[in-house]
Design a protein around this ligand. Structure first.
Ligand code: PLP
Length: 495
């Protein structure tokens, strides 16, 4: 292909773009528009065998042939996230407004690390951030930035919390001088159901995973405030220095939401940075019916929210929100070529100093297009529908004699076990459910997650598709039963 055909900005480029994008859309539609099985069931070896041709051939085969190849070898063997029986992880069906926004933002290729690389995008990201701060009841001087997702947002929260604490209490500027000698006593508190990225961040921040102290949860798997008090009292006797409290709004396995108001109170009393990991559950803020579950989130010092989960936007898309925008100062720096100091004086917006990334995508366009196109009410309906289906699914699982429901869903996760016979011991249940999960992946009729609950392997639906119905859930249970029968017929699983 000639250069003129490869780039926008020429007539030939424009024509190629129109035709090639049309071809790409057709490839997507033929892979994902119908409601076949959510996975082809192909094994890793068989997948690898498809890619025997050299990845970098001497001469290219052209775009059309390559798109055909991708459709055949990649799309056809992808999990179909838009299929209502794809219900394993927090991997959402991407909504069409988000796919459209993705097309627009990749073509525009703005980079948010300086105003001159992204003029309108910079200003719009700031507007979207303001709207999000409002959605979560943060005060007027709140601020934020778009991130790759919860991992990055949680890391950034704990980075700022650590540096503020070290400056104010240990008299050390970490940005300039590294960790102070007392850093070994620093502690982060979160529930025992909190996401692993808290520990990961503690590692990256030079505090070590042991800096994370987990607090027991109640029967609903929410952090128990009394247990938090006991843990704080205990840490005091050991001269440990807790500096951050992480509340989770939507734990990975059960979707439970910590009592954020009670946690905010403790954080206030003790001068802890209160971070809410709402990567999963943040979308509840849209909902009139379920929004109250997040009560207290507006008291957070920082919030992580993901749009590539319950907001139905294409990966990746998250935001980090900060109660006091001045706290971004703990990580700010000036690079002469991007954001020289005189820019601040003349009011040029500067987002690079708020991000752990430099070159950065204009992901804010995705929630913007979704918000504008659907309004809060339109989006809330999708969230409400998904949560209702989880309740109905839990009732169905509970009523089935060969399944055991493990909790009442708070959000859209339903955790259960396949138990075809009475009196099976934990080891047998684990082996059976693990084998059923493997068989399901080969079978392809349902994509279901596995997890471990009290040491026993269990299964999980994460219902994220607003078009899914209870019939789809029933079909997934039938697929599990069939796979159970197949597995029982195989010798290695003694049932
Ligand atoms: C998904 C998730 C994360 C990790 O976020 P990424 O977007 O995958 O980086 C962290 N915490 C919670 C509670 C999550 O649900």
């Amino acid at each position: 292909m000639s250069a003129e055909e490869l780039f926008l900005g020429t007539d030939r480029g424009g024509a190629t773009y129109r035709e090639a994008m049309g071809g790409a859309v057709e490839a997507v539609l033929s892979a994902f528009a119908d409601c076949g099985d959510p996975y082809s069931g192909t094994s890793p070896d068989a997948l690898a065998a498809q890619f025997d041709d050299p990845v970098v051939p001497e001469d290219g085969q052209g775009l059309d042939a390559t798109v055909d190849e991708v459709a055949e070898h990649v799309l056809a063997h992808s999990v179909d996230t838009s299929n209502p029986r794809c219900a394993a992880h927090l991997q959402c069906p991407p909504m069409i407004p988000g796919l459209v926004a993705e097309t627009l933002l990749t073509a525009a290729n703005q980079s948010l690390d300086s105003f001159d690389q992204a003029p309108a995008a910079t200003v719009l990201e700031e507007r979207v951030v303001d709207a999000l701060c409002g959605l979560f009841d943060l005060p007027a001087d709140a601020d934020g930035v778009f991130t790759s997702g919860g991992t990055q947002s949680n890391f950034q929260a704990l980075l700022l919390a650590r540096d503020r604490y070290c400056d104010r209490h240990l008299g050390q500027n970490v940005q300039a001088n590294g960790l102070p000698s007392g850093a070994g006593s620093l502690r982060i508190l979160c529930s025992e159901e909190a996401h692993f990225t808290g520990e990961q961040a503690a590692h990256y921040l030079g505090l070590g995973e042991r800096a994370v102290v987990t607090v027991p949860t109640d029967d609903d798997r929410r952090m128990d405030p009394d247990a938090l008090d006991a843990t704080l009292a205990e840490l005091e006797t050991r001269d440990a220095e807790p500096f951050a409290l992480v509340g989770t709004a939507g734990t990975t396995d059960f979707g439970s939401v910590d009592p954020l108001g009670a946690l905010a109170e403790r954080a206030d009393e003790r001068g802890l940075w209160f971070h809410v990991d709402a990567a999963y559950g943040g979308a509840l803020a849209l909902s009139g019916e379920y929004g109250h579950i997040l009560d207290g989130i507006g008291r957070a010092d920082s919030i992580a929210v993901d749009f590539h989960k319950l907001f139905y936007q294409p990966i990746s898309c998250g935001a980090f929100l900060l109660r006091d925008g001045d706290d971004f100062g703990w990580m700010a720096r000036n690079a002469e070529y991007l954001n020289p100091e005189e820019h601040a004086e003349i009011g040029v917006p500067n987002l690079v100093a708020k991000s752990v990334q430099t070159t950065r995508r204009f992901d804010a366009l995705k929630p913007y297009v979704a918000f504008r196109a659907l309004g809060r009410t339109g989006l809330a309906k999708l969230v409400d529908r998904t949560l209702e289906l989880a309740d109905e699914a839990a009732t169905l699982v509970d009523a089935a004699e060969d399944f055991e429901l493990l909790h009442d869903p708070t959000l859209n996760a339903v955790v259960f076990r396949y138990l075809p016979h009475d009196g099976m011991d934990g080891g047998t249940v684990s082996r059976l459910n693990a084998a059923v999960r493997r068989e399901l992946l080969r079978d392809g009729r349902a994509v279901v997650a596995r997890t471990e609950v009290e040491g026993v392997t269990s299964l999980k639906f994460t219902l994220l598709n607003p078009t899914a119905t209870l019939d789809d859930v029933a079909a997934m249970l039938d697929a599990i039963r069939d796979c159970g029968a197949t597995v029982a017929g195989q010798r290695e699983v003694a049932v």
